[in-house]
Design a protein around this ligand. Structure first.
Ligand code: PMP
Length: 741
């Protein structure tokens, strides 16, 4: 059976993501006659520019459908496009440098095929338009996302781009005005980006399909206008949005002289000339005097309608934009995810917007509203959106109150419970609880279990609570677990009702310490530390075991949650070759933070990692599936002379199998921080084993103050009506796994 390419699978994966589900469902309902307002796609509502349709029909009648178009486009059209640049920006562009394509989308694809090779990279701001990635992947390249920040108006700077440049970088792709953020790149930032690309021999690819939609007194600055960077700039645009003719598929790329022939060759292989029918329509569009001023004013006014009606609405933050066809709105304060919110808005109010998460991490918690309907329609739609936000906030709160936990009697209290804790952990928890009381004073009312009245408890801070305790709290809305793992409460999940949020404790200090521990353990392998320690004890002077090189040492990480990620980043920075294994693709393929190769899936995906790693590190969550995972068969697949590191949970390891692998010489050493029974019993053979380096469960030890602060911050978030951090849907079928890797 023939294989399917990596590019197609990747594209299908991206497409399969649920981003368009709401939109498609909205269209389906609209077809059934439901009064749905579709604001989830960017099709301009303005009439196609005058005479375009007729010009297309006339071209068909005169036989344009019987002939091929010219590669690169009809010269007359290329001239008209060039004239637009002269008219709008005073630029002289040789029409031969204008290559006509089937929409901007096709121009992007042709560009990527022309400038990328297998293994090369292109820096693209995150968030960005969703179809960029497939064009890059199909051309053999990799997208290096440059995360932008909503609170910095999604600004892209040369300084930030420069940090992402590697030997493999071929270019930077920018989009101004931007879809979905509406941000525009300032003249100064554009100049600096252009200079950076010019001096570093990179392409600056500028997607300007919304160039005619810049608001207020701002101006669009075309990248093609920077004369000294002409040789390194590719400008992409299309007639789709400016003339409301998305279906005619007419776009273009302005390329430097030296790119004309190579790109034309790619274009011939891909398109063999745009349809002359479409070209005739575009010729007409460029020759009518389109009132872009009125178009800009209309879109700007529509944006104001959205912005003004949403500003100040509790739970909603409309983002300020400079142009484009979309408004981006932060809805995270409603307590719902963007997808949940978009579904609620469609189901309860017949309005469809796009959850913006899939445009990139920085847009998560946002929905994108197309400004492609009249001001009146938009006004009604955003009023519904505000109502939907109010409903969402009420649904995610107790009794519809803004605060859930707080000093006021009405809001209930926080229950801390130090019952059933390991003796070794007692003091730590006691100190953390004291600090929670202290730090939360004034915000939180803290009770300690056992206590008589639990009827007002809305949040519980626990590790291993007594059976039945959680079930006995009628107003419980949040459980803060005092650990990064959920193994402490795993068996009590059935006690929780669906609305209870369970939060893991992901403490930044603990994460950093864990990463340090793993790095040190990898160094222990490189430096033969177990053996040299043994030699020292035996007063033996053995010079035969010099340290090995870091760069030729491969570390395989099992588990890529926060800890795995931090460890992977640090190891890669130190020069180790890093592999990783995770259950799911929660971390995207193009954001593997220095991991050379990631294996995704079940245990059967592990073999290659095991047989290629010099050090295997267990950072997995403890679940039914991972209990005892480090057994004879896993250890047997590891390289002879390799080392094993466990800083997850003792129950991951079948101790006898590990001892056998150490004793038989299969393993060089084991660095162990966690044990099935803790404190480790005095009679355990591990204490004195010459190949074992052990520590008393301190690898990811969170500072008491830091842990307490993290918990108080999370409880306060709930009190402020915001969503707490690191919540886990414990009712989903395999929650323990998906939320860890
Ligand atoms: N770039 C961006 C940023 C877009 O939003 C779109 C269309 N939505 C395109 C390119 C593709 O446009 P065209 O219709 O010209 O292919």
């Amino acid at each position: 059976m023939g294989s399917i390419s990596r590019a197609a699978k990747r594209a299908a994966n991206l497409k399969a993501s649920s981003v368009w589900d709401v939109h498609h469902e909205a269209l389906r309902r609209a077809r059934e006659g439901r009064p749905v307002t579709v604001l989830s796609v960017g099709e301009p509502d303005a009439e196609t520019v005058g005479g375009v349709d007729e010009a297309g029909i006339a071209a068909i009648r005169s036989g344009a459908g019987r002939v091929y178009g010219d590669a690169g486009g009809q010269l007359e059209l290329r001239q008209l496009i060039s004239q637009k640049y002269e008219k709008d920006y005073g630029l002289q562009i040789d029409p031969r440098r204008v290559l006509v394509t089937a929409g901007a989308q096709n121009a992007l694809f042709q560009t990527m095929l022309t400038v990328l090779d297998e293994g090369t990279e292109i820096v693209i701001p995150d968030p960005c338009y969703v179809t960029y990635e497939p064009t890059v992947v199909a051309s053999g390249g990799t997208v290096v996302p440059l995360p932008l920040r909503a609170d910095d108006s999604f600004r892209i700077t040369a300084e930030a781009v420069e940090k992402k440049i590697t030997k493999k970088t071929r270019g930077v792709l920018i989009n101004s005005p931007n879809n979905p953020t509406g941000a525009i790149v300032s003249e100064q930032d554009l100049n600096q980006l252009s200079e950076l690309c010019r001096t570093r021999d990179l392409w600056l690819i500028s997607d300007e399909v919304y160039s005619d939609f810049v608001f207020d007194d701002k101006k669009h600055i075309p990248a093609a206008g920077i004369a000294e960077s002409q040789e390194s700039t590719i400008t992409i645009n299309s007639t789709s949005k400016m003339f409301s003719m998305v279906g005619w598929r007419v776009g273009w790329a302005i390329v430097p002289e030296r790119l004309i022939n190579p790109m034309m060759a790619v274009s011939e292989g891909m398109l063999f000339g745009l349809s002359r029918i479409s070209e005739a329509a575009a010729l007409k569009a460029f020759s009518v005097d389109n009132d872009f001023q009125a178009l800009r004013a209309e879109y700007s006014a529509r944006f104001r309608v959205v912005f003004d009606n949403l500003q100040g609405v509790p739970g909603i933050v409309p983002r300020k934009i400079g142009g484009g066809m979309f408004a981006l709105v932060d809805i995270s304060g409603t307590g719902m995810s963007a997808t949940e919110f978009a579904w609620k808005l469609l189901n309860d109010f017949d309005v469809s917007v796009l959850p913006a998460d899939s445009f990139g991490e920085a847009a998560s918690g946002h929905v994108r509203i197309s400004l492609t309907k009249s001001r009146e329609t938009l006004k009604t739609a955003v009023e519904k959106l505000a109502k939907c936000a109010a409903d969402a906030r009420a649904a995610t709160r107790v009794d519809g109150q803004v605060a859930v936990v707080g000093k006021n009697d009405k809001y209930g209290s926080v229950l801390v419970c130090r019952d059933r804790l390991d003796s070794s952990a007692q003091q730590w928890y006691t100190n953390v609880f004291d600090l929670i009381r202290e730090n939360g004073a004034g915000v939180l009312r803290v009770k300690e279990w056992p206590c008589e009245d639990v009827s007002d408890v809305t949040a519980a801070v626990v590790w291993n609570p007594p059976p039945g305790l959680l079930a006995s709290l009628p107003k419980l809305r949040m459980v803060q677990v005092l650990g990064a793992g959920l193994d402490g409460i795993m068996q009590f999940v059935s006690e929780l009702d669906e609305r209870v949020m369970v939060c893991r404790l992901v403490d930044p200090i603990a994460v950093e310490r864990m990463a340090n521990y793993v790095l040190a353990a990898a160094m222990d392998h490189v430096r033969h530390r177990a053996y040299t320690r043994e030699c020292q004890q035996r007063t033996k002077w053995d010079t035969g075991v010099g340290p090995e090189s870091i760069s030729s040492t491969t570390v395989g990480l099992l588990g890529l949650g926060e800890m795995g990620r931090a460890a992977g980043e640090l190891l890669a920075r130190a020069g180790f070759d890093v592999l990783g294994w995770s259950r799911s693709r929660r971390i995207p393929d193009d954001d593997l933070f220095g991991i050379r190769k990631r294996f995704v899936g079940g245990k059967d995906q592990l073999s290659e990692l095991l047989s290629s790693s010099d050090v295997v590190v267990c950072l997995l969550p403890l679940t039914i599936e991972t209990q005892g995972i480090i057994d004879k068969s896993v250890l047997g697949k590891m390289k002879t002379g390799s080392s094993f590191v466990n800083c997850a949970r003792g129950a991951h390891v079948v101790l006898n199998d590990l001892l056998e692998a150490l004793n038989s010489g299969k393993l060089r050493s084991a660095v162990l921080d966690v044990f099935e029974e803790e404190p480790l019993p005095k009679e355990s053979p591990l204490w004195k084993h010459p190949k074992v380096i052990l520590t008393p469960h301190i690898a990811g030890y969170a500072g008491e103050a830091s842990a307490a602060n993290t918990v108080v911050e999370n409880l306060s978030r709930l009190a402020r009506g915001e969503k707490p951090l690191f919540t886990v849907n414990v009712k989903s079928s395999n929650y323990q796994l998906t939320d860890f890797d």
